[in-house]
Design a protein around this ligand. Sequence first.
Ligand SMILES: Cc1cc2nc3c(=O)[nH]c(=O)nc-3n(C[C@H](O)[C@H](O)[C@H](O)COP(=O)(O)OP(=O)(O)OC[C@H]3O[C@@H](n4cnc5c(N)ncnc54)[C@H](O)[C@@H]3O)c2cc1C
Ligand SMILES: *[C@@H]1O[C@H](CO)[C@@H](O)[C@H](O)[C@H]1NC(C)=O
Ligand SMILES: *[C@@H]1O[C@H](CO)[C@@H](O)[C@H](O)[C@H]1NC(C)=O
Ligand SMILES: *[C@@H]1O[C@H](CO)[C@@H](O)[C@H](O)[C@H]1NC(C)=O
Ligand SMILES: *[C@@H]1O[C@H](CO)[C@@H](O)[C@H](O)[C@H]1NC(C)=O
Ligand SMILES: *[C@@H]1O[C@H](CO)[C@@H](O)[C@H](O)[C@H]1NC(C)=O
Length: 659
Amino acid sequence: MISISLLFATALLLAPSHASTLFPFEKIQLTREYIDTLPAEDAALFAFGNQTIESKAAVVRCRYAPDDGKWPSEKAWTKLSKQLSTPTALIKTVPQSAVCYPGTNVTDDAKCQQLTKGYQDWSTHVDDPTEVFAPIYQGLTCTPPAIYDSGGCTLGGYPSYVVKASTVLDIQLGINFARNDGVRLVVKNTGHDYTGKSAGLGALSIWTHGLKDIQYIESYVDGSGYKGPAFKAGAGVQVSELYKAASDRGVMVVGSDAQTVGIMGGYIQGGGYSPLSSSYGLAADQVLGFEIVTPIGEFVTANSTSNPDLFWALRGGGGGTFGVVTSVTVKAFKETTVTAASWSIDSTKVSVDRFWDAVRAFVDRFTVNADNGTYVKIQLTPNANGKDAIFTVQPLFAPGKTSKDVNALLSPYQSRLQSLNVPFSPKITEYKSFYAAWQSEFSTTSTNADIASVFGSRLFPRSNFESEIGRSTTFSVLREAVTTGHTATVINVAPTLARSGNPDNAVSPAWRGALLHAVVRRTWASKLSTADVLAARKSFEAGIMQKWRDVAPGSGAYLNEADRTEPNWQQSFWGDKYARLLAIKKDIDVKDVFWANNAVGSEGWFVENSSGLPDENGKLCRVGVTESSTTTRATVATPAVRAVRGLLRRADAVPTGAV
Ligand SMILES: Cc1cc2nc3c(=O)[nH]c(=O)nc-3n(C[C@H](O)[C@H](O)[C@H](O)COP(=O)(O)OP(=O)(O)OC[C@H]3O[C@@H](n4cnc5c(N)ncnc54)[C@H](O)[C@@H]3O)c2cc1C
Ligand SMILES: *[C@@H]1O[C@H](CO)[C@@H](O)[C@H](O)[C@H]1NC(C)=O
Ligand SMILES: *[C@@H]1O[C@H](CO)[C@@H](O)[C@H](O)[C@H]1NC(C)=O
Ligand SMILES: *[C@@H]1O[C@H](CO)[C@@H](O)[C@H](O)[C@H]1NC(C)=O
Ligand SMILES: *[C@@H]1O[C@H](CO)[C@@H](O)[C@H](O)[C@H]1NC(C)=O
Ligand SMILES: *[C@@H]1O[C@H](CO)[C@@H](O)[C@H](O)[C@H]1NC(C)=O
């Protein structure tokens, strides 16, 4: 142990030259020199991607799972644990709901009751190493019985082990170990992903939630031209934490409306829309630079001059794909006044016809709303009787506007409602700051952990709202969603920077043309048979989702809030940017170390489910490879062998294609 820490101390002196801008946790790194000091057997576990050689480009059909004999030995896991920066960083998964089931070592009725009671709280999912917001995609193999009786408790789609990262070293070791030993790798930050992307049977998960450093740079000068306030924040920082830090300095940053989202994780890499987006663009548009550990285990900066392709891809290309980001530097803006308005219309209080006329009248306002820089969050909720519904705007959020401005903005709509004889008395509040407005306008105390629903979305383009017929057609499919029993969340936002132009990044062109991001959900009784779940999914996808796609052909969906089985997802999530994204992915991650459902480059693999359902409860296997073939574990050439060969060939450039 002592000699190891001494070696690290020496290794630290060799930190790269940009170290001055790094957080302390980013300065603790794994080095090639350290690997060279390890016995060969250990070096094989932890070596960098381009330090290892494979004997042959043999193809292993699936990532190893705990039960198939190729899984790393207990001894290997212990070795990993010992190399990590804290003795408790390696966590062996025990699903939190194990307390609810007899036969586990942790059965505890009181704890189970407490868990059941708090199951919809965000902290239940965020602060647990392996829990996700969408347990349905974990496979529901260990949930509180009162919520969903999983009939026992197995790991299912939960990862097997977690590296609770507190340093860059931990992340490098985790990536190298998984890659060198054929173990599936996933990344969890908060677990908000709607499709359970941070779950994965047999996976080693890297948990970034603890990386909470925040640094304010009052006058950041970027070589590419930006000069102004900025924040550098660790990958685990959540929206509420960064908003608070910004507000303390009289500035604001572009983040989500929900306080618990991991602003520097999947959110920003996937694009990230915000209550500020119609005025300032998407969160990804604000990025000045990333620090990231790549699939070969290397720690690099991605900004406009250092690894510019990676910088481009990380701004919209999606999380869990190109490496593990450790921190992000983003622009900040001077705080602004905000005015917010909220109201709701209930069809039981007017009439169903007048209700829909009133909704239709608001659809006519979408263009003007967005052009005034507003963000409008609308809920359309069907009533159980199948006929009535409620329309709620909560809120119309107008950065930089006074209440006078918002009254003027709403005035044509108000007149229209008057003529329809629909009462309208919005609550309008003017706030001095973005932070105050955000705190009181958005309530996010629960998660609605998804155990029984299917969810999809569509970006509706501006052109749909520019003609009477376009507005009518779009309105009619929104209405149809609700009259057929779905709930819809309709966000009227236009994240395109008309004046300055949009930065060149991987954000989907569909987002740039959009005026509406609309989400639709079908919920079912919790205990349906597999066949019935598949049928419900199919009728959702071929039914309402197809109708939505038909009125917005060629547009797309927001990758962070889309159906897990989105058809033609490459086009839908990235449009004509997909080809470049795929080329970057292939270049940086030759071995497909990073894989997430419907992420860039994920085509070559699938989850071999055991349930017949789309979820993470199965091994990750290669598409189109039928026979299982063996491979030799990665080995590291001794210095003598390296001398003979001159330089190592880059193992990460070894083709991993056909057998
Ligand atoms: C309640 C709620 C509200 C939401 N509100 C908004 C909103 O207002 N605007 C919006 O745009 N989206 C919103 N979303 C969607 C949100 O953007 C996604 O769920 C997003 O994936 C969350 O990122 P995360 O890092 O917090 O979550 P996680 O589920 O932990 O991660 C999401 C994905 O990113 C990967 N990832 C996470 N961290 C890293 C990292 N450091 N490096 C590499 N990969 C990483 C994970 O592997 C996973 O694939 C909301 C979601 C929920 C549940
Ligand atoms: C491995 O990659 C790193 C970073 O690109 C480079 O500095 C190093 O020389 C490479 N090593 C070998 C053996 O190719
Ligand atoms: C219970 O604990 C024993 C001893 O620590 C262990 O061998 C066993 O695998 C555990 N069982 C479960 C279900 O966790
Ligand atoms: C990008 O990062 C590198 C390394 O930290 C730094 O030297 C360079 O100045 C950065 N580029 C810009 C445009 O800021
Ligand atoms: C903003 O709203 C006002 C009031 O409805 C409207 O007259 C104006 O055209 C809108 N601005 C833009 C840029 O659309
Ligand atoms: C489940 O796995 C099988 C192969 O085992 C695959 O053919 C099928 O498409 C998968 N189903 C889903 C819904 O992912």
